[in-house]
Design a protein around this ligand. Structure first.
Ligand code: FAD
Length: 547
């Protein structure tokens, strides 16, 4: 990439709340004296607080994204993921989305790579749970919920219907609480138009090991949210969590209770982007150590803020700032001023911000809020919450406002496109991402199970050769499955695990003429849709709980 001689080069990694605001502030301050390069993994800035509304089908995904190219004139934009920062040579390296890589030199670099889903070492969770932090995950969840109800409505087996109508959300922070609140309203709305679900209980569970909902927020918010959710029938379970997730059909809670479900939604929190741990720099709770000016003490040309940095909270001595948009966007603006000051323009200032309160949208007209420490609930909280979002969004306000208005008059149309398969939204950010619907083969993982549903149910990859693979867990067998009408030469195989044990059932045996060449029918699929409903035995027989 060419550099402009005589100009200071500032590279900003990440264009979320912190990076986006840093770029815009620096562009204002810099004039022609600074050459700004922004490197971001996507070409948009995502307004995360409205993601639960995307998951609930209330707001279109593109309406909470704003184009970086159109909002950042006079800035060099690179679509790529930064893989390395060489602090000695002052060079940043990135990987392009379609292969290849690039490098650029810098005089100052600002790291604002944000955070990723936090995994806990709970058996099965990495394979069977899905997070909620990206557009892809929100679209996937909306489709998944819709599909579960559609499949439940057509299922003859009561146990299968019950499992498909059970949704388990782990983590009752603001993300988990909003996801459960919006999800419950979505399923209620969907179930009303499905005669096959008449009288069927739709069960939502919200679990957290903490003694109350929204443990990191004010008690007023916690009480309001708890009241609203319980009134709607959501099972709020505090002081407990998931102990095991088994083959995508069962979870076992820390209380020992076994719950049949196909939907494990993981909202236990976030950790700094893996870029941070790969740098040879100090971290605090996984976040990059910076001083109150947001400069890295051991590398003065490197600045960092937002979720990926441990910015000291000067309003609470000894603490670091929380991972919130409120902090990230203000830190972004301030870090830009401090970087400009380090290059001779203006004066650096330490970052200090008093919490302005928090807003939790509970769907419908319900919300909980404490703006400027004023406790609000119900309609007033809802109005304040929505007004705040409209002000805080970087664009598309009119579109979102119009959608909210239209939703009041006509219910939003919810359909499941199924173009984002579960293999494309792995919970583990280090797991390789694959094409929608195609899950990559990973040892010890049942992740490939997930690719099948998309391929079969939605007619995607019709000409794909599907080979069920060896999931290296001992109870999993290998068998070969091919799709009807498949052209088996053109594309690489998809690996599909099949899990035991399951008592033989006529419903699960391959039918004559099907292209499935399977092992004996003592094998069952982890929720396969190829040998449909393979998790479920014949009607009337409840599925066997895990041992
Ligand atoms: C569902 C949800 C709801 C939330 N609601 C609220 C709320 O109501 N109020 C609130 O205050 N906070 C809320 N938050 C938290 C808030 O969104 C985050 O604290 C905030 O986004 C952090 O900003 P950031 O700039 O550090 O990271 P992000 O906004 O996540 O931005 C990081 C950017 O860096 C890019 N990136 C990552 N790695 C790389 C790399 N290696 N190379 C290049 N680019 C990279 C990403 O693509 C992204 O664009 C919510 C979070 C979630 C998930």
């Amino acid at each position: 990439m060419p550099d402009s001689p005589g100009r200071h080069r500032v590279v900003i990694v990440g264009a979320g709340f912190a990076g986006y605001n840093a770029v815009r502030q620096l562009s204002k301050l810099a004039g022609a004296s600074i050459e700004i390069t922004v490197i971001n993994s996507t070409d948009y800035f995502l307004y995360l607080p409205l993601l639960p509304q995307v998951g609930a089908g209330l707001v279109e995904p593109r309406h909470i994204c704003v184009s970086l190219l159109s909002r950042m004139p006079n800035v060099r934009f690179v679509l790529g993921t930064v893989t390395d920062v060489d602090a000695r040579q002052k060079v940043v390296t990135w990987a392009s989305p379609e292969g290849g890589s690039g490098q650029a030199g810098y005089d100052r670099i600002i790291l604002t790579a944000g955070s990723v889903n936090k995994l806990l070492p709970i058996p099965g969770v990495a394979d069977h749970a899905h997070g909620f932090r990206s557009i892809a995950e929100a679209i996937y969840l909306r489709d998944h919920i819709t599909r579960q109800l559609e499949l439940a409505a057509g299922a003859a087996d009561e146990a299968e219907r019950r499992a498909r109508c059970t949704f388990v959300v782990v983590g009752a922070g603001y993300t988990g609480t909003e996801v459960a609140a919006q999800g419950q309203l979505l399923t209620t709305r969907l179930a009303k138009r499905m005669p096959g679900l008449a009288g069927q209980q739709i069960r939502w569970m919200l679990l957290d090991t903490a003694p109350r909902l929204l443990p990191e927020l004010h008690e007023h918010l916690s009480k309001t949210a708890g009241r609203v959710l319980r009134r709607r029938g959501v099972e709020v379970r505090t002081g407990q969590s998931v102990a095991t997730a088994l083959d995508g059909c069962w979870v076992q809670l820390s209380t020992g209770e076994k719950v049949a479900t196909h939907s494990l939604i993981w909202c236990v929190g976030v950790r700094a982007d893996p870029l941070v741990s790969g740098l040879d720099l100090d971290t605090d709770r996984g976040r990059l150590v910076v001083d109150e000016f947001m400069a890295v003490p051991s590398a003065p040309d490197i600045y960092a803020c937002g979720d990926c940095a441990a910015v000291p909270d000067l309003t609470r001595p000894g603490e670091i700032c929380g991972m919130t948009a409120q902090h990230a966007q203000r830190q972004g603006k301030q870090v830009a001023r401090n970087v400009a000051a380090s290059l001779g323009a203006g004066k650096a200032k330490p970052y200090k911000h008093h919490d302005l309160g928090f807003l939790v949208d509970l769907g419908g007209l319900a919300a909980a809020a404490n703006p400027l420490k004023i406790p609000l609930s119900g309609l007033p909280a809802n109005v304040v919450t929505r007004a705040y979002h409209l002000i805080a969004m970087a664009g598309n306000r009119a579109r979102v406002l119009a959608e909210w208005g239209l939703n009041v008059i006509v219910p939003a149309e919810v359909t499941s496109f199924g173009v984002i398969g579960p293999g494309s939204v792995p919970l583990d950010p280090d797991q390789p991402r694959s094409l929608p619907g195609i899950a990559s083969a990973a040892p010890h993982r049942c992740a490939p199970r997930t690719g099948r549903r998309t391929a079969v149910d939605h007619g995607v990859f019709r000409s794909t050769r599907i080979v069920s693979g060896l999931c290296q867990a001992p109870e999993v067998e290998r068998e070969v499955t091919a799709m009807p009408d498949s052209d088996t030469s053109a594309v690489p195989p998809i690996l599909l695990p099949r899990c035991r044990p399951r008592s033989p059932s006529p419903r699960h045996a391959p039918t004559a003429g099907s292209a499935t060449t399977s092992r004996p029918s003592t094998t069952r699929s982890c929720c396969s849709s190829i040998t449909k409903s393979a998790c479920w035995p014949a009607p009337g027989t409840p599925p066997a709980p895990p041992n």
